[in-house]
Design a binder for this molecule. Structure first.
Ligand code: ZN
Length: 312
């Protein structure tokens, strides 16, 4: 039976490599089997998977529980997700209340270690009534915070696999250097925005950390993705602010329905400036397949929407 299932795996793996010589095929299959034997690090959502992959390199198998485009806050996990998580050597989660489904998910995984990547980050409390005082979970939207995520990932992977310590340290340092460089570039690009254009109007209040870092004013339709998305009251409030401040463009995020914000644009006279990526990366062929791409794409979209100019 075992021999048969390897054969099936081999046929599937090699279906697209029919032109390879038998010896190469054998090698390809063995390499693939070796790769599948690496310990699985499972992250809750796609942004964390990319960060963890940058630190892990080829040494570990990193996967995201959720697919690109999935709604992270109210995710409905499946029995298959639980089976997958039981196979993981480590789970990396965001914390700060992001994974609201965790209370139902984690009790089935008593033997899988879990690390919270926002450990050591100073949370920004949510101001809106229903959530007042709860931490805003979108800490990764600040590149400064991302440096802490990366350090937490480095520690977690080193605990899991001490023999890889040097590799993880080198990968983490290189990635942190990239994050710092992009942070500087975005900071300079945004510093050029005039005071009356420093508004970031979005659907979800997911930009509090980014707005703090870059001295922007955040205006959102709703505080955290939940049942109440785009009520008439929420829209009336934002329409009023957009009109009063003469904000040129409003935006929404890839994982939620943009229709309420498009209505805000129509009624306020602002342009609908486009879609941000926050709670999920885009698919590999989209504009934000990595965390660094996500930051770049969002900031370019923002600057273009507010000024009509293309960011450098
Ligand atoms: Zn969110």
């Amino acid at each position: 039976m075992r021999g048969l299932s390897w054969l099936v795996v081999g046929v599937l793996l090699l279906g697209s490599c029919a032109a390879l010589a038998p010896q190469n095929r054998q090698q390809t299959r063995q390499t693939q089997i070796q790769r599948e034997k690496r310990p699985l690090v499972l992250t809750t959502f796609t942004v964390l998977a990319d960060m963890a992959q940058q630190v892990a390199g080829d040494r570990l198998r990193v996967e995201s529980l959720m697919k690109p485009g999935a709604e992270v806050h109210g995710y409905e996990f499946t029995p298959r997700d639980l089976v997958r998580a039981q196979e993981a050597a480590l789970i990396l989660e965001n914390g700060l209340g992001l994974e609201r489904w965790g209370d139902r998910f984690y009790p089935s995984l008593p033997n899988v270690p879990r690390v919270t990547l926002t450990e050591g980050i100073t949370p920004i409390p949510i101001q809106e009534a229903t959530y007042r005082g709860q931490p805003n979970p979108h800490a990764w939207m600040s590149p400064q915070n991302a440096l802490i995520y990366v350090e937490n990932i480095r520690k977690a992977l080193t605990d899991l696999d001490p023999a890889g310590a040097e590799i993880y340290a080198a990968n983490a340092a290189a990635y942190q250097a990239q994050i710092r460089a992009l942070d500087q570039k975005l900071r300079q690009a945004l510093a050029a925005l005039p005071a009356n254009k420093r508004y970031l109007v979005t659907c979800e209040g997911a930009f509090s950390y980014l707005a703090r870092d870059y001295a922007l004013q955040e205006v959102s339709l709703w505080p955290v993705n939940a049942d109440q998305e785009g009520t008439p009251r929420q829209m009336a409030r934002v329409i009023e602010i957009v009109r009063r401040q003469q904000i040129p463009a409003v935006f929404c995020e890839s994982t939620v329905n943009a229709a309420p914000q498009q209505q805000v644009a129509r009624e306020s006279g602002a342009a609908f400036g486009g879609i941000f990526y926050v709670d999920s990366l885009s698919p590999p062929t989209g504009p934000a397949p990595t965390y660094l791409d996500l930051l770049k794409y969002n900031l370019h979209t923002l600057i273009h929407g507010l000024t009509g100019r293309t960011a450098p």
